[in-house]
Design a protein around this ligand. Structure first.
Ligand code: SF4
Length: 456
């Protein structure tokens, strides 16, 4: 069913807010969570594992990019980093039961395919030697920049059981590409997608971004049509996070060319209508999938989960972050590696994991995380589940957030009963705003415009 957005009403909700890939958000990570505490969590951990390896290098900057990236054209830097990764994996193996089952793996970046095929193979072989127990149905995925992708690399991915590929596109419009400093002809993307298909990759995702300079509703319509012509299984259509106080390259944009909240909402409205008409369904925030996709089935069962890599059906695994800046997640902690390459290397040279900071979750954090992540993934909260799991009276415990949600209820964006908070289809567009009242840390950032990107 197509949704109709009241552009004027919705644009009023445009305010800084987290994207909730974690709760508490990364702003709460600090060195109060100690290295020894992190090690004890690793040592006591049990159950399945999700491994994330960060390959931070890129050839040149895309100006919209919010990732932690190292720009280089020096091949030796890339190969040195592989050696450090292997040593980090060895260090992890000292503190972690490496026989735990791996149910999920993700190569993220940077540009993972900036690496040559033999280096990607080397990293995968080393990981599999160290963690030998991979589930046959593990979700094995990689982010690929179509401008850096060849058949040799595809063969390596195939040989290691990769079954999901996400292609970075962002926008096909030449003017937008020029402004964001990412020249990527449609034919390049098409060739990359076809290569992956030839090797039997059954789950192909394309990433688009709306809210970029010079985008208009008309230009984005064309981008969407071109993306659709690639027949992806999933599309992620992200809201551009403009945070020039954090990312210098974003300062290169002429802010007057960035579309207004009204234009962004018009783009989003069109995106939802168009993709729905084309047979896709909206899944969580920013994501669309064909109805046969397993993510779609997971929503019906309430099993969709959200983590740093987006949405997944593989919940419950401890996420181990490997490499510069990567983030790990356990039931009661988040742990992040250093973002500084020199510090990363120095830690490993000294025989320590390159852990820098993190947060240990209090009982209250765990409860709020459960509610916020359920909202972000399933657009609803099963109140009896929360009460049974945590032994609380929901109405009592969350009296303040429930009061704040009345505004959304009155606007028809959600409904609240004794059993359920259910976000209406139009309310899903404001899911970050709807989750924010449950965030115990938001008060700290009230009035600080530079804490988060805008929700609309
Ligand atoms: S968008 Fe991708 S390729 Fe561009 S700078 Fe960021 S990580 Fe590198």
């Amino acid at each position: 069913m197509n949704q109709t957005i009241d552009l004027e009403k919705f644009s009023r909700y445009s305010r800084p807010g987290p994207r909730y890939t974690s709760y508490p958000t990364a702003l709460e990570f600090s060195d109060a969570f100690s290295y020894d505490r992190y090690l004890s969590f690793l040592e006591q951990g049990e159950g399945p594992l999700s491994l994330y390896v960060h390959l931070p290098f890129c050839r040149s900057a895309c100006y919209f990019c919010g990732c932690n990236v190292v720009f280089t054209s020096k091949e030796e830097k890339l190969s040195e980093y592989v050696d450090y990764l292997k040593r980090e994996i060895d260090l992890l193996a000292r503190h972690l039961d490496t026989d735990r089952e791996v149910i999920q793996f993700h190569f993220g970046g940077g540009t993972p395919t900036y690496y040559k095929a033999f280096e990607l193979d080397e990293i995968m072989n080393y990981l599999k030697k160290t963690f030998p127990n991979w589930n046959e149905e593990a979700e094995v995925s990689v982010e690929i920049d179509p401008r850096f992708f060849n058949e040799e690399q595809m063969k390596v991915f195939k040989s290691h059981g990769f079954n999901r590929i996400s292609f970075g596109v962002q926008d096909f419009d030449p003017k937008v590409q020029e402004e964001i400093h990412r020249h990527q002809p449609y034919e390049t993307t098409r060739a990359a997608v076809e290569l992956a298909r030839r090797y039997g990759i059954g789950s192909i995702n394309t990433d688009l971004i709306y809210g970029l300079p010079y985008q208009t509703l008309e230009s984005f319509k064309k981008t969407l049509e071109l993306a659709r012509s690639l027949d992806p299984d999933r599309l992620a259509v992200f809201n551009y996070a403009h945070v020039p106080w954090l990312k210098k390259t974003m300062r290169k944009f002429d802010e007057t060319t960035i579309p207004s909240p009204e234009v962004k909402l018009a783009i989003l409205q069109h995106t939802i209508d168009y993709l729905t008409d084309e047979g896709y369904e909206m899944i969580g925030m920013d994501h669309f999938a064909k109805p046969e996709d397993e993510l779609f089935g997971a929503i019906a069962k309430g099993e969709l989960h959200r983590n740093f890599q987006g949405y997944t059906t593989k919940g419950g695994a401890n996420l181990i972050g490997i490499g510069l800046t990567s983030i790990g997640e356990g039931e009661r902690y988040y742990a992040q590696n250093t973002k500084n390459m020199k510090e990363y290397e120095a830690a490993i040279d000294a025989g320590r994991l390159p852990f820098e900071r993190g947060v240990e979750l209090s009982d209250d954090d765990v409860i709020r995380k459960s509610v916020i992540m359920e909202l972000m993934a399933n657009f609803s909260v099963d109140i009896p589940r929360v009460e049974a799991e945590f032994g609380i009276d929901f109405a009592d415990y969350f009296a303040e957030p429930l009061e704040k949600l009345k505004e959304f209820e009155e606007a028809g964006l959600l409904s609240i009963s004794d059993k359920k908070i259910q976000v209406a289809p139009t309310g899903t567009l404001l899911i970050r705003n709807i989750a924010m009242p449950f965030d115990a840390y938001m008060n700290k950032y009230e009035g600080n415009k530079k804490s988060f990107s805008k929700t609309v």
